[in-house]
Design a protein around this ligand. Structure first.
Ligand SMILES: Nc1ncnc2c1ncn2[C@@H]1O[C@H](COP(=O)(O)OP(=O)(O)OP(=O)(O)O)[C@@H](O)[C@H]1O
Ligand SMILES: [Mg+2]
Length: 307
C-alpha cells in the first residue's frame, strides 16, 4: 500500500521549513493562551442543538459581569456566532502583534470566519491543490483554527469561549490544539438521538485532559405564554440517561423559548435585554458554574504563568 507522509515523518530539513512552521505556530499559540485564564469549549458533536446561541448568551452574560471575554467561532463552514453577538460584517484591524478581534455591543471580543468573507451567501472554499482535496481540507481547517486562537490579539482574557461545530472530529481537532482545555460544555437536547451522538463526545472529552466536562440540556420543555402549560418537545429522557451513564453533571436546563431564539438570531442575546426570562435564568445559572470553575483553575494557571 502507498504510504502518505505526514509532517511527523519529515525528520530532516526538506527546504520547505514545514517542521519549523508547525513548531513556531504552536509556540505562538501557547504564548497567546498563556494570557487567557480559561478556555471553555461549547461543543456537542450533534448539530443544531443550540451551541452557538448558548455561546453567544453565555459570553454576553459573563462580559456583563465585568469579565474579559473572548469568543471564537470555530465553525468555519457555517459561522453564526458573530451574527448572534451583533458584530456581523465587522472589519478587522491587522496589527503587528496580531489581528484585532471585533468587539460586540455586549463587550465580547469575537473572531469568526464571517469577517473574512465578502459576501453573505458565499460558501467557504479552500484554495488547496486540485489533487487530494480531502487530505488538505482538514489540515487547512485546523490551520485556520490555530490562527484564530494564536494569531488574534486577544490580550488578557478571563475566559475564551470556543463555539465548536458539530462532529466529534471537530472536538478532536480542538483538543489537539488546546489539549488542556479548562472546561467543555456539552450541549444536548432530551432526544434519544442527541443522547446517542453526544455520548461519544462526552467520552472523547473525558478521555482527554479536559479540566471539567459538564452537560447543558437545551430545549427542555416549552411554557405556553398564553396559558402557562409546559409541554415537552422531546419524549425521551436522554439528558437523565446521559448524566447517569457518563457521570457528567448537568449544569443547566434551558427551556425552549422562541424569544431566546429570535433575539439571539437578530444579534441581541436575550440575556442582555430580558435577563428575567426563564431561558436566561438558566443561562445565568450556567454562567455562575463557569465562573466558579474559572475561579478555581484559572487563578492557579495565571499564578504559574506569572511566577
Ligand atoms: N432554547 C432555545 N429556545 C429557542 N430557540 C433556540 C434555543 N436554543 C437555540 N435556539 C435556536 O435554534 C437555532 C439553532 O441553534 P444554534 O444555531 O445555536 O445551534 P447549533 O448547535 O450551534 O447548530 P450547528 O450545529 O449548526 O452549529 C437557532 O436559531 C437558535 O437561535
Ligand atoms: Mg452553531
Amino acid at each position: 500500500m502507498r504510504k502518505i507522509r505526514t509532517y511527523k515523518d519529515v525528520t530532516h530539513d526538506t527546504g520547505s521549513g514545514l517542521l519549523e512552521q508547525v513548531v513556531d505556530q504552536q509556540h505562538r499559540l501557547a504564548d497567546r493562551l498563556a494570557l487567557v485564564r480559561s478556555v471553555v469549549a461549547v461543543a456537542s458533536g450533534k448539530g443544531g442543538v443550540g451551541k452557538s446561541a448558548i455561546t453567544a448568551n453565555l459570553a454576553a452574560a459573563l462580559a456583563g459581569r465585568g469579565l474579559a471575554v473572548g469568543a471564537v467561532d470555530a465553525d468555519l463552514n457555517g459561522p453564526s456566532l458573530a451574527r448572534m453577538l451583533g458584530v456581523s460584517g465587522a472589519r478587522l484591524a491587522d496589527r503587528a502583534s496580531g489581528v484585532e478581534p471585533a468587539e460586540s455591543p455586549s463587550g465580547v471580543r469575537v473572531m469568526s470566519m464571517e469577517f473574512l468573507q465578502q459576501e453573505e451567501d458565499a460558501p467557504l472554499r479552500w484554495r488547496e491543490p486540485e489533487m487530494g482535496r480531502f487530505i488538505w481540507q482538514s489540515t487547512l481547517e485546523t490551520g485556520v483554527l490555530r490562527e484564530f486562537l494564536g494569531d488574534v490579539e486577544w490580550g488578557e482574557l478571563d475566559v475564551l469561549l470556543v463555539d465548536v461545530p458539530p462532529g466529534t472530529d471537530k472536538i478532536a481537532r480542538l483538543l489537539e490544539l488546546v489539549p488542556e482545555l479548562d472546561q467543555m460544555l456539552m450541549v444536548t437536547t432530551p432526544s434519544e438521538t442527541s443522547r446517542f451522538v453526544v455520548s461519544k463526545s462526552v467520552r472523547m472529552a473525558r478521555e482527554a485532559a479536559v479540566g471539567t466536562v459538564a452537560l447543558v440540556a437545551n430545549m427542555v420543555g416549552h411554557t405556553c405564554p398564553e396559558c402557562g402549560h409546559v409541554s415537552e418537545l422531546f419524549m425521551g429522557d436522554g439528558v437523565k440517561r446521559l448524566e447517569e451513564e457518563s457521570g457528567v453533571p448537568v449544569w443547566a436546563q434551558i427551556p425552549f423559548d422562541p424569544r431566546f431564539g429570535a433575539a439571539t438570531d437578530s444579534g441581541t442575546p436575550l440575556v442582555i435585554t430580558d435577563p428575567d426570562a426563564p431561558s436566561c435564568h438558566a443561562i445565568l445559572a450556567l454562567a455562575d458554574r463557569v465562573e466558579e470553575q474559572i475561579g478555581i483553575r484559572g487563578r492557579d494557571a495565571v499564578e504559574e504563568v506569572g511566577s
